[in-house]
Design a protein around this ligand. Structure first.
Ligand code: ADP
Ligand code: MG
Length: 225
C-alpha cells in the first residue's frame, strides 16, 4: 500500500530549523492496521500528514500505491488523495456552516458522484455510524463523540483504500473512544488499510503492529499479531 525510505521533513522558520522526521523508513501492507506511538512533538502528525498527501517531505522517498509521490504534479497528488485516502483529524475539522449530512457528502461531491449515489452512500454510512438521526444538525450542536463519528463517516463514505487517523480518540471519553475504535476495527476487517496515531496503549492494542517514533526516528516496531 505504501512505503517510505529515509523520509525527512525539516520545518524552517526565520530563526529555527526543526527536523520533524529524520530518515523514517516504514512499510504498510494492504489490509494492515498500524498504530504509531511516541511522545508529543516526535513527528507523528507530520508523518501522517505526509502519508495522507497533505504535506510534502523535504527528502527521501514516499511510494503510495506503486507511485513515487515526488514525481506527481500537485493536481495528480490531489486526485490520488481524494480517490483513495480518508483522513480523520484529531480536531475533527468539520465545517461549521454545513450540516452533518453535508459534511459527509463533501468527499462524494469532489469525486463527482451522482445525486442518487450520494444520497445512498451518505445515508448508509450515517446509519452505520449511528448518527443518521442528527443529519440536519450542525457540528456545534453535537457532542464530541458525535462529532468524531461524523468525522469518521466523512473519512469512510467514499470507501477509501486507506484511512489515516490522528489521535481519533484523543478528545473523547472512554465510552465514545471505544466506539470509535470498534468502527475503525470494523473498517479494517472489511479490507481498509489503517494507520492510526495514538497515545493510548489500549487503542494501539487493536492494531496489528505498533511503530514507535522518538525524536523524528523509528525506534522500534512491535509485531503483535
Ligand atoms: P506530534 O504529532 O508527534 O506531537 P508533530 O509532528 O506535530 O508532533 O511535530 C513534530 C515537530 O515538528 C515539533 O517539534 C513541531 O513543533 C514541529 N512542527 C510541526 N509542524 C510544524 C510547522 N508547520 N512549522 C514548524 N514546525 C512544525
Ligand atoms: Mg500530533
Amino acid at each position: 500500500m505504501l512505503r517510505t525510505a529515509d523520509l525527512v521533513k525539516v520545518f524552517r522558520t526565520q530563526e529555527v530549523e526543526t527536523t520533524a522526521l529524520n530518515n523514517v523508513s516504514i512499510t504498510v501492507a494492504e489490509g494492515e492496521f498500524v498504530a504509531i506511538m511516541g511522545p508529543s512533538g516526535c513527528g507523528k502528525s507530520t508523518l501522517l500528514n505526509i502519508l495522507g498527501l497533505l504535506d510534502n517531505p523535504t527528502g527521501g522517498e514516499f511510494h503510495f500505491m506503486g507511485t513515487e509521490i515526488s514525481k506527481l504534479k500537485e493536481k495528480q497528488r490531489t486526485n490520488l488523495r481524494k480517490g483513495n485516502i480518508g483522513f480523520v483529524f484529531q480536531s475533527f475539522n468539520l465545517i461549521d456552516e454545513l450540516t452533518v449530512y453535508e459534511n459527509v457528502e463533501l468527499p462524494l461531491l469532489y469525486l463527482g458522484k451522482s445525486a442518487t449515489d450520494r444520497k445512498k452512500m451518505v445515508m448508509d454510512v450515517l446509519e452505520r455510524m449511528n448518527i443518521a438521526h442528527r443529519r440536519n444538525h450542525f457540528p456545534q450542536q453535537l457532542s464530541g463523540g458525535q462529532q468524531q463519528r461524523v468525522a469518521i463517516a466523512r473519512a469512510v463514505v467514499s470507501k477509501p483504500k486507506l484511512i489515516l487517523a490522528d489521535e481519533p480518540t484523543g478528545n473523547l471519553d472512554s465510552t465514545n473512544g471505544e466506539e470509535v475504535m470498534s468502527l475503525l476495527t470494523e473498517q479494517n476487517q472489511q479490507g481498509t488499510t489503517i494507520v492510526m496515531v495514538t497515545h493510548s496503549p489500549s487503542d494501539a492494542e487493536k492494531a496489528h503492529r505498533i511503530v514507535h517514533l522518538f525524536d523524528g526516528q523509528v525506534v522500534t516496531e512491535n509485531i503483535k499479531k
